[in-house]
Design a protein around this ligand. Structure first.
Ligand code: AMP
Length: 397
């Protein structure tokens, strides 16, 4: 399919051409027409599939054709980074539409946002908590709401936003079009969708649990006290260009980031305890290539849309299998190829197995020298791990 066949207006096609895309992605092929036709849509699609554009383009188009009023589209995102990225997409794709947007997220002063809200906008991108703050203060009304987008719905519920979402939904007018996107559709999302969407068009672009194509996976069994050394060795042999390194905790991110810095590597640290300003600066430096390495926690790293990431390192095995897919969704974006490396200690083997079940494939093991370890060899100390059972998600992650 070509872009011309999607039924988009010239103002939007022009912006798409300027960004340099040559053909629509599968989610774009399948979602844009139903959205333009006025249907609710539930899309099972992970980041990296082009799903943001799949809802942003038709929304821009419909709003362009309508009358200028209050907020006509509300896009909810789980994290500020994602909210900012959607806002950047709106900048790029909407530049010939004359539509205005505002973005709201926590961690920055309310007053400045309040001023921005007074100026009015067509599209509002927000995280749920901060949106409610403003709604409770009477800063925002949605009488003219035409579109509601619940993006990364599984992540929003994982982060404990379900009660906030329900409060928001109660206060929005009916008669709008609702679009829900989620990498996976667990029961609570299914229920939310049933309660919120009206006869939705269901789009499942497959591979719900499958990581982006084009990524190669490498698992390195190591002892816990070898991790840092192992990472340094891998970074030396692979000499990666732009690498995102995930740790389980913020403390772990700080410690690893500082250790790599002490070793003279250009590395940034990203997690939610850092100030908004520090996070933005870190991201900018990583994007600009000033930092070759970025150490991040799952929530901070979620959905980062940065071109040219060649390697993902899972310094700690993610606690939840779907986070592995989210983490490596940062690489191999839009067809580039990337490598996903994972250090696995004996204590983490159980979680590795959970990931393999989730992605329905066995991830190949290697020694630090790059020699393949046959699957039949198992993992060292495999029998020795504690039987602690799978972790459960609680709170806001
Ligand atoms: P998303 O799934 O929305 O996070 O988008 C993943 C990446 O794909 C982003 O870097 C987009 O800029 C890019 N992208 C979106 N649509 C296309 C397209 N039709 N062709 C190539 N890249 C695209």
């Amino acid at each position: 399919m070509t872009f011309d066949e999607l039924g988009l207006r010239p103002e939007i096609l022009r912006a798409i051409a300027e960004v340099g895309y040559t053909e629509p992605t599968p989610i774009q092929e399948r979602a844009i027409k139903p959205i333009l036709d006025g249907h609710d849509v539930i899309g099972a699609a992970q980041t990296g599939t082009g799903k943001t554009a799949a809802f942003v383009w038709p929304i821009l188009q419909v709003l362009m054709q309508g009358e200028r009023r209050g907020v006509r589209a509300l896009i909810l995102e789980p994290t500020r980074e994602l909210a900012q990225q959607v806002a950047e997409n709106l900048n790029d794709y909407g530049k010939y539409t004359g539509l205005l947007h505002t973005v709201l997220y926590g961690g920055v002063g309310l007053a400045r946002q309040q001023t921005a809200l007074k100026e009015g906008m067509d599209i509002l991108v927000a995280t749920p908590g901060r949106l409610l703050d403003h709604m409770d203060r009477g800063n925002l009304f949605f009488f003219d709401l035409r579109f509601l987008v619940l993006d990364e719905a599984d992540r929003m519920t994982d982060m404990g936003f379900l009660p906030d979402l329900k409060r928001i939904l109660k206060r929005l007018p009916g008669g709008r079009q609702t679009l829900l996107f989620s990498a996976t559709i667990p029961p609570e999302i299914d229920m939310l969708a049933r309660a919120t969407l009206w006869e939705p068009v269901q789009i499942d672009i497959g591979q719900r649990a499958a990581p982006a194509e084009g990524v190669t996976h490498e698992v390195y069994p190591v002892r816990a006290d070898q991790k840092l050394q192992a990472l340094r060795k891998l970074l030396e042999t692979k000499a990666p260009d732009s690498t995102l390194i995930f740790t389980k905790t913020k403390k772990g991110a700080n410690e690893l980031g500082e250790a790599l810095r002490d070793a003279g590597l250009p590395v940034g640290i990203l997690h939610s305890d850092r100030t908004q300003q520090a996070r933005e600066l870190t991201l900018k430096r990583f994007r600009d290539g000033e930092y070759k390495f970025l150490v991040a926690t799952d929530i901070a790293g979620r959905g980062l849309d940065i071109d040219g990431i060649t390697h993902i390192v899972n310094y700690d095995v993610p606690l939840y299998p779907e986070d592995y897919v989210h983490r490596i969704g940062r690489t191999a974006r839009a067809k580039a190829v990337g490598e996903a490396l994972m250090l696995v200690t004996p204590d983490e083997v159980r979680r590795l197995k959970a990931i393999e079940r989730f992605v329905r494939q066995e991830l190949p093991r290697f020694t630090l020298d790059g020699e393949p370890i046959p699957a039949s060899a198992g993992m060292p100390h495999e029998e020795g791990e504690k039987r602690s059972g799978p972790p459960r998600r609680t709170g806001r992650g």
